[in-house]
Design a protein around this ligand. Structure first.
Ligand SMILES: Nc1nc2c(ncn2[C@@H]2O[C@H](COP(=O)(O)OP(=O)(O)OP(=O)(O)O)[C@@H](O)[C@H]2O)c(=O)[nH]1
Ligand SMILES: [Mg+2]
Length: 234
C-alpha cells in the first residue's frame, strides 16, 4: 500500500457524530454506530492523491491517544453537536491542545453536526415531518428544538484557534469557508465538508513535494565510463 500523501483527522466529544459523518461520506449511508474505541482510518483517493481520514474516539478514556492521531495532520475537523453547547466548549477545552502535534500549516474546519434535529434543519427540508395526513396539525408534535449553538459561535471559535496558533487571518481560509453545519443522517453538507478540505490539502501536498529534496537519480543523463586498455575504468 502506498503511503498516504496527506492526513485529515476528526476530533470531538463522544456522540457528536464523527463516525457517522465519515461513513456517510465514504459509504454513502447512515448505519448504526458503536462508540469508537481508539481510532480507525479510511483511505480516500482524491485526484491522484491518497488521503487518510482518521476517526478518533471522543470518550474521555481515549483522550491520551488524540495527539498521536493528530501527528503530522494537514487538516483537523473539530466536530460538535449543534444541539449540545457543551460539545462546542469541549473543543476548546479538551481537544484543541491535542492538535499541537499537527503539521505547522494545519487547516481547521469546525463542524456542527445533527442539524436535522433542529427546527432550522426542518425548515431547510432536512427531514420530512413524520405525521400522518389524517392528524390535526396540533397533534403533530415535532421533536425538534431550536439550535443550541449558532454558526457564529463556531466562527468565533475558529478565530480563537487562529490566535492560539498565532496564525494571521489573511494566511488561512476564511472562517465562513471553514465552519460547516452538517447532518450525517441526511447527508446535508457532508460532501461539501470533505471535498473542501481535499481541495485545500492538495496544494499543501504539492508544496511539501517541492520542498523535499529529490532522491531520484536521472540515469538517462549518466555517461558510461570510458574503458581503458587494462579493462579498468578511467
Ligand atoms: N439525528 C442525527 N443523529 C446522528 C447524526 N450523526 C450521528 N447521529 C447519531 O448520534 C449517535 C452517535 O454517533 P457516532 O457517529 O457514533 O458519534 P461519534 O462522535 O463517533 O462518537 P464516539 O465514537 O463515541 O466518539 C448515533 O446514534 C448516531 O446515529 C446526525 O447527523 N443526525
Ligand atoms: Mg465514533
Amino acid at each position: 500500500m502506498r503511503k498516504p500523501d496527506s492526513k485529515i483527522v476528526l476530533l470531538g466529544d463522544m456522540n457528536v457524530g464523527k463516525t457517522s459523518l465519515l461513513q456517510r461520506y465514504m459509504e454513502r449511508r447512515f448505519p448504526d454506530t458503536v462508540s469508537t474505541v481508539g481510532g480507525a482510518f479510511y483511505l480516500k483517493q482524491w485526484r491522484s492523491y491518497n488521503i487518510s481520514i482518521w476517526d478518533t474516539a471522543g470518550r474521555e478514556q481515549f483522550h491520551g491517544l488524540g495527539s498521536m492521531y493528530c501527528r503530522g495532520a494537514a487538516a483537523i475537523i473539530l466536530t460538535y453537536d449543534v444541539n449540545h453547547r457543551q460539545s462546542l466548549v469541549e473543543l476548546e477545552d479538551r481537544f484543541l491542545g491535542l492538535t499541537d502535534t499537527a503539521s505547522k500549516d494545519c487547516l481547521f474546519a469546525i463542524v456542527g453536526n445533527k442539524v436535522d434535529l433542529t427546527e432550522e434543519g426542518a425548515l431547510a427540508g432536512q427531514e420530512k415531518e413524520e405525521c400522518s395526513s389524517n392528524m390535526d396539525a396540533g397533534d403533530c408534535v415535532s421533536p425538534r428544538a431550536p439550535k443550541q449553538v449558532q454558526l457564529e459561535d463556531a466562527v468565533a471559535l475558529y478565530k480563537k484557534i487562529l490566535k492560539y496558533k498565532m496564525l494571521d487571518e489573511q494566511d488561512v481560509p476564511a472562517a465562513e469557508q471553514m465552519c460547516f453545519e452538517t447532518s450525517a443522517k441526511t447527508g446535508y453538507n457532508v460532501d461539501l465538508l470533505f471535498e473542501t478540505l481535499f481541495d485545500l490539502v492538495v496544494p499543501m501536498i504539492l508544496q511539501q513535494r517541492a520542498e523535499r529534496p529529490s532522491h531520484t537519480v536521472d540515469i538517462s543523463s549518466h555517461k558510461s565510463p570510458k574503458r581503458t586498455r587494462s579493462g579498468c575504468c578511467a
